[in-house]
Design a protein around this ligand. Structure first.
Ligand SMILES: [Zn+2]
Length: 130
């Protein structure tokens, strides 16, 4: 006979529910921050020809097709805003073409015969400065 049909402590329960909701929202925000790779947004691409930096730009602004020539070799570089790739070259080894697309800080494409280096830097993962 001690059944309580309407407990008077309903307000604190509702506050707990709001707190739980806030925690859930915070967890969602944190998950989204980790899900979107921050380094992609702030990656920089640098292109050096014979040791001289010819190009240094955010990856997003570098999007398009670029050609670089040195030592009698020509590289065609393609960027879609997220990855950079040497799509064609007339160098003997074709190492730069075979490297494929790079998309992370610290990755680079090197063409030794043409002395052209395409390098990605920046973002949280970049520890290669210097
Ligand atoms: Zn090459």
């Amino acid at each position: 006979m001690s059944l309580k049909s309407s407990p008077p402590e309903c307000r604190p329960n509702r506050r707990d529910a709001l707190a739980a909701l806030a925690i859930a929202l915070a967890a969602l925000v944190i998950a989204l921050i980790y899900y979107i790779p921050a380094e992609t947004a702030s990656l920089q691409v640098s292109v050096s020809v014979d040791g001289r930096v010819e190009e240094f730009a955010p990856l997003s602004r570098y999007a398009g097709v670029h050609t670089y020539s040195h030592n009698g070799y020509t590289l065609t570089v393609s960027c879609d805003g997220a990855t950079v790739q040497v799509v064609s070259a007339n160098c003997p080894g074709q190492d730069c073409v075979h490297t494929g697309a790079v998309s992370k800080a610290g990755q680079s494409i090197v063409c030794l015969p043409a002395r052209i280096v395409i390098r990605l830097s920046g973002g949280a993962a970049d520890l290669t400065v210097g």
